[in-house]
Design a protein around this ligand. Structure first.
Ligand SMILES: Cc1cc2nc3c(=O)[nH]c(=O)nc-3n(C[C@H](O)[C@H](O)[C@H](O)COP(=O)(O)OP(=O)(O)OC[C@H]3O[C@@H](n4cnc5c(N)ncnc54)[C@H](O)[C@@H]3O)c2cc1C
Length: 309
């Protein structure tokens, strides 16, 4: 892992930096590249605009590692309200949620309750909720909660990270549940004993897992694998593999983050792929933004330009 990536991922864990940097005008200007605004109205307006260009969306309220109960409950209430706004506006917008934002660090039961509140409201409105995957210390608890809600709720999916050695086994163990999986490379600072340190190995594992997700037995009716990546080489390999196997473009999704590879997102949508964009919003953007910078340290130029106004 490059030194800059390591430093940025370390910075993402600092509360002090989060408090100080989030108040700086230049940081707020720089983050706008990846975020249409801090409030849900901005996120839904962006979703509407993307929808007009045939790009469905996911939204996520930024924030993680919540340590008090009322805050976790407020997040669940926020998402219930978001689902209703989405319904009223007729948007093709799903939710993506982090379990530590729904109280996982406080208690598993509290988190399960908040998750159920959101997922049940989503089910009533015909919507879908994907559970994000966080740092490796949360993987067991996240899979465990997913396993407990999935049998009663087909409208909940899970994110898996290709950089972890364990993911192939996790996927095998989840397949009997017919899960809708979003596959990503993984965004956290993980040690080499848990995660492939070399990018080439992460990419190879990603493609291997993607092929597994596209296999017929992993895609029963209603289950759509999603490939969350901006790696165009991987996207091409997945599309070619799917086409070669006679899998319709509508049978899987490609997902990317708001503000990254915009032209490519439009091109993929125009080419008949289901291209879904994840829009983040909220005031607690610092750790998330540091992870975006770590993915591509060249993004620091945007920060530098914002400092200069
Ligand atoms: C929809 C979606 C949901 C996600 N959910 C999770 C999650 O729940 N848990 C988790 O750990 N991670 C999640 N991630 C992040 C993911 O793990 C990676 O960190 C991130 O997608 C970068 O990896 P990549 O696959 O794009 O490939 P990379 O090999 O990192 O990037 C490929 C190319 O894409 C471009 N690119 C990538 N990132 C950026 C960036 N930030 N800015 C500008 N260009 C960039 C660059 O040109 C780069 O060369 C999610 C990503 C997406 C798209």
């Amino acid at each position: 892992m490059g030194l800059m990536r390591t430093l940025l991922l370390k910075a993402s864990e600092s509360r002090w930096l989060a408090d100080h940097a989030s108040r700086r005008g230049f940081a707020q200007r720089a983050v706008r590249r990846f975020m249409p605004g801090e409030d849900i109205a901005a996120a839904l307006t962006a979703a509407e605009q993307l929808g007009e260009r045939n790009i469905p969306t996911l939204i996520t309220l930024l924030g993680e590692a919540i340590t008090n109960r009322p805050e976790a409950e407020q997040v669940a209430e926020h998402y219930v309200d978001a689902l209703e706004r989405i319904e009223r506006r007729g948007l093709k917008t799903q939710l993506s949620v982090k379990l530590t934002q729904l109280g996982l660090d406080i208690s598993r039961d509290l988190c399960a309750e908040q998750l159920a509140t959101v997922v049940e409201r989503a089910a009533a409105l015909g919507n879908f909720v994907c559970i994000d995957m966080e740092g490796s210390s949360y993987v067991d608890a996240t899979l465990d909660l997913f396993r407990s809600v999935r049998p009663d709720h087909p409208n909940v999916g899970i994110c898996l990270q290709a950089y972890l050695y364990r993911t192939a086994e996790d996927l095998d163990s989840l397949l009997p549940l017919s899960p809708s999986v979003r596959l990503v490379k993984g965004a956290y600072n993980e040690p080499p004993r848990l995660a492939f340190p070399k990018k080439a190995d992460v990419d190879a594992n990603y493609f291997k897992l993607a092929k597994r997700l596209l296999a017929e037995d992993a895609r029963p009716e209603g289950v759509t694998p999603a490939f969350g990546t901006h790696d165009l080489h991987l996207v091409t390999r997945i599309r070619d593999f799917a086409e070669g196997a006679g899998i319709a473009k509508s049978a899987y999704e490609i997902q990317m983050l708001y503000g990254i590879r915009r032209e490519e997102q439009l091109r993929l949508a125009a080419d008949g792929n289901v291209m879904r964009t994840l829009i983040s919003y909220g005031g607690a953007w610092f750790p998330w933004y540091m992870r975006r910078l770590a993915e591509r340290p060249a993004n620091l130029w945007f920060v530098a330009r914002s400092v200069l106004g």
